[in-house]
Design a protein around this ligand. Structure first.
Ligand SMILES: O=C(O)CCC(=O)C(=O)O
Ligand SMILES: [Mn+2]
Length: 387
């Protein structure tokens, strides 16, 4: 079957979609032996090490955002993908938890925008965490209970809010970008030789164990000379990175908790997708780097003066832990405008009414054209119906 994964792409036509379907398939489960794993000590032949800038920040500055000193980071490149960098979990033990909590508790709050806003009243979506926490904390098996709002969350946008209908950002759909994520992104970009990077927009994607993210290119930012940063937490996933054409067969790689990916230069505008979340084997449900064991609230190693890493209440981590045991969260951070650049003037006639969208989340074997979905008539759940 590994052979199949390799040969599928050779036939040319839309090699990306064929591999997407291959890795998404449930039965029989695909052979994952061709998936590049940057965390393994024996590296794939296409993997090389990459130079970072260890002077980009002091060890103290790194610690304030929960990062190890840059000289200790393990960063890799991939043959055939210039500008692509993969940093294998550079987070200090115990500090990923902060970012998970931000994604689940803080970032979904108003004025940030999420998929639930598209079909619920603002009063119903203003406390997603509060409305979900008690249910999620309950250890009982909740198989037949309705999903909590947190479990229905698919995407959140930060800063310049991406408009899924027009596929644009605009000056009037903007809220303050979170300071902590701004600082983290600036540090990572600087270590990757992009010292001027400004975090202006973020898309957070929330994956359940059966979620996938359709094939797409992130090209709506007006400045493509700046990198796109991606941070992954929770369950591992398979990421497909292709070329600038759908006919270019993609490379499959694992993204584990804490891993950071940087798409820049010739790899900035490449097709990519997430066909599969790969949950950890039962009995070992959390990636070891996410274990909070031994960390009493207020004792996180990355905390301290001027640190953005907040203390974690036991109760809060219980909710995050429960969620992340079966889920994955990814944050992508983008600079939208180059120096001196401004948004083009809006043509009122082309303004659209916002419909419900699940963002980049996959509906049709990788295709996410016409992503808008409507509600099923006999269920409060959302179903995948293409409009
Ligand atoms: O979840 C991921 O790893 C990718 C997310 C992504 O491609 C995006 O938000 O544009
Ligand atoms: Mn993307």
């Amino acid at each position: 079957m590994a052979k199949m994964a390799a040969s599928i792409g050779e036939h040319g036509e839309d090699a990306f979609r064929k591999l997407f379907k291959f890795y998404k398939r449930r039965s029989p489960a695909p052979d994952l032996s061709n998936v590049v794993d940057f965390s393994k000590s024996v590296k794939h032949e296409k993997v090389s090490t990459t130079e970072l800038n260890p002077a980009a920040m002091s060890d103290e500055e790194a610690r304030r955002t929960g990062l190890r000193p840059v000289r200790d980071w393990r960063a890799f490149g991939l043959q055939g993908y210039p500008g692509f960098m993969f940093i294998s979990n550079p987070f200090l033990p115990g500090s990923q938890q902060h970012w998970v909590k931000q994604c689940l508790k803080t970032y979904p709050q108003k004025p940030n925008v999420c998929n639930l806003d598209m079909h619920m009243a603002p009063t119903d979506t203003q406390d997603i965490w509060g409305k979900s926490a008690d249910v999620l904390r309950k250890p009982s098996s909740r198989i037949r209970e309705p999903k909590t709002l947190l479990e229905k969350l698919r995407w959140v946008t930060l800063g310049y809010h991406y408009n899924w209908d027009t596929k644009t950002y605009s000056a009037d759909e903007c809220s303050p970008f979170p300071d902590d994520l701004h600082l983290l992104s600036g540090h990572v970009a600087a270590a990757c030789q992009f010292p001027g990077f400004k975090a202006e927009a973020g898309i957070l994607n929330y994956y359940r164990s059966d979620s996938s993210l359709g094939i797409h290119v992130d090209e709506s930012e007006l400045d493509h000379t700046q990198p796109l940063l991606s941070f992954s937490f929770g369950q591992s996933a398979i990421f497909l990175l292709g070329g600038t054409q759908r006919e270019d067969p993609p490379t499959a790689m694992y993204m584990h908790s804490g891993d950071i990916m940087v798409m820049s230069g010739h790899s900035r505008l490449r097709y990519h997708a997430v066909p599969r979340v790969v949950p950890a084997p039962e009995g070992d449900p959390l990636h070891p780097s996410l274990e909070a064991e031994g960390l009493a609230p207020g004792q996180d190693p990355a905390q301290g003066e001027a640190s953005v890493i907040q203390s974690m209440e036991k109760e809060e981590w219980a909710v995050c832990f429960r969620y992340i045991q079966t889920s994955r969260v990814n944050m992508t951070v983008r600079q939208v405008l180059g120096p001196g650049q401004a948004f083009p003037l809006k043509d009122k006639r082309t303004e659209t009414v916002k419909g419900y969208t699940e963002g980049y989340h996959d509906s049709q074997d990788g295709e996410n054209v016409g992503l808008k979905r409507r509600r099923s008539s006999n269920s409060s759940d959302l179903v995948n119906v293409l409009l």
